[in-house]
Design a protein around this ligand. Sequence first.
Ligand SMILES: Cc1ncc(COP(=O)(O)O)c(C=O)c1O
Length: 465
Amino acid sequence: MTATQTTSYDADQLQRRLREHLLLNFTDMSGFKSDDVPVFVRGEGCHVIDARGRRFIDGLSGLFCTNLGHSYGAEVGEAGARQLADLVYTPTWHLAHPAAIELAERIADRAPAGMDHVFFTSSGSEAVESAWKLARQYHLANGEGLRRKAIARRSSYHGTTLGALSFTAYTEARIPFEPLAVPTHHVSATNAYRHPQGGDEAAFCAALLAEIEDVIEFEGPQTIGMLIAEPVQNSGGCFTPPPGYWPGLRALCDKYGILLVADEVITGFGRVGHWFAAERYDVVPDMITFAKGVTAAHAPLGGVVVHGKVAEPFQAGRTTYMHGLTWGGNPLSTAIGLKVLEILEREDVFTRVREQEPAIRQRLETLLELPLAGDVRGAGHFWALELVKDKATRETFSEDEADWLLGDVLSGRLAERGLLCRLDDRGDPVIQLSPPLIADLDLIDQIVDILGDALVHAGERFAAR
Ligand SMILES: Cc1ncc(COP(=O)(O)O)c(C=O)c1O
């Protein structure tokens, strides 16, 4: 389907100039020898339109961030323009400005009880590194300087800058940069589909927590500074926690003096129907890292919500946070964050996400009758479909088969049918969906229809291989 352009672009020229000058993130250019690199020029509601006028469903919300879709740019832009007319920039080093103060207050008001301070960054990776530095300095101020190690989870993604990469468990992204800054032990993710006790939630939860306690005891509890985990883990495919898991993490961290960090760079600001997923999973962490949804992708902004307990040594002047970022809490991004929070509340977006969740699950589960569809999991507007070779045994694909299936078969078919989503084979292969929070059930039906067609097509191709 084509759409009218507001600004016209020469698609061929864009391709040439891109290849001459633009280095892309995580992109194997050999995959684009004869094909276009997708170039998008416009957004409309839950759709984006490429330079050749083709319309796609923004089924991943960009990168889990266009939570309000593409309809509110002009309104948010006006708030940004007003801020720039008033004050272009002032740092949040030794001084401040109203938008940062007000946004910090509003976020703290919506965070779990006692989480009353906010440190701003401009990205999720910086938020994760800022949390680690807060943890280190908190422990140093309390005379516990041995706490130099962290615990994170297998196949997790917490960012790519050198500090955050220590916690990220994406092996290929880590290897070129080792040794990494923070010694980190990676424990099992909440992957019920692949865990021997995954069918029994209580036993599964107990096994996961026992594994962590074992690691803590082995490493030496007095050497561990923080445990970082996503409430619903993205990489690997939307691993939701079994009941009791987050309260269990809280209890373990309290027992051993470890700070608990919920990385809510994706789940924060409504992705699973709440301001923070911590509320949904019944935990008050020591820190919450956030980014993406706080501005719904209208400007770069991230940060850390900090519990009063962790903020105390810094607030009391017992230590000084030895960390700062020029753009952290800048006026433009924080003014945009304030406007986005206003829209999220005005449009009652999270209620709709919570209300739609059962229907989204039910529609996605209809795909389990089709070839290759092994498991559906997720929450809110955040879902994954795991692909398997044999549904009865849950046998997964070899690396070659997964590359072929995702790269040569499914990606082309989904693009032809106009769906942007993620095909991820960093762990067992999954299709990931994360539609804008404003997406309605009609759009979900369209997505499910496209996925169904692609699975049937892929099943036939695989059988004939
Ligand atoms: C859970 C999580 N943490 C951290 C990051 C890093 O954020 P950024 O890419 O903004 O640095 C991401 C990015 O996707 C993420 O999903």
